[in-house]
Design a protein around this ligand. Sequence first.
Ligand code: F3S
Length: 279
Amino acid sequence: MRVRIAREAGICYGVERALRLAENAAKAPGQVSTLGPLIHNPRVVTELEGKGVKVVSDPSEVARGDTLVIRTHGVAPQVIEAAHARGLSIVDATCPYVRKVHQAVRSLVNDDYRVLIVGDANHPEVIAVRACADDAALVVSDPADLPDDLTDARVGIVVQTTQTPKVLQAIVDALLERVAELKVFNTICDATSKRQEAARALAQESDCMIVVGGHNSGNTKRLAEICAATGTPTHHIESSDELDPSWFVGVENVGVTAGASTPEVQLGTIVEYIKELDA
Ligand code: F3S
């Protein structure tokens, strides 16, 4: 059985940076907390806890003078203001690509565009992006979600960094027919696009795809959807315990990819495990 890893897979620049910032903060005196799990990878979050990094759900849980780490998804500007007002020390690990989405939204609001965010309304990144438009922006993930009252509107689009170009294109196509002006900031991040393209290419050449990443990770779920859409049987797992040997019966080519929150070592362990199944 041949096991191949997608040419672009696993941990991205933004997640690596956030981990480094949190680990460095934990070396200094005082308690360090992250506002929500730092990344969508329960194993890594547990390891961070072992290094003294706690997870809190609200800045009010952090004592004055202690450190609060903002995760890659970013937060509403009001949350940062409230944390500063409480006297917390802030380590802002918002991914620079997410920060660009915030800037794009602000420029659209300043120029009086009706802002539309392509993404999952309940995802923390989208909640924070929407807050940059004072919660006035619409969030859509399907052309069917578009409201009827956009005719003659000037519409400005930004995109959740981990969305697929296909979803963006479908929404742009639907809007072009009905709005007066459309301005699009394609804010899908480079790491996402490269992982999606590489996953699709490998799935097309494989008999079975394994997609590694947190079950709560949006970008991993989308990788699994992309692989499954090629017709190749696809399994989204978080750890090697979930691998089922029956998936590999009669399989010659296994492809493996991983979401942006999966460190190299986790990916390597799973690849070795799959190879052992064949030994
Ligand atoms: Fe940033 Fe893109 Fe990773 S937005 S956190 S580099 S998937």
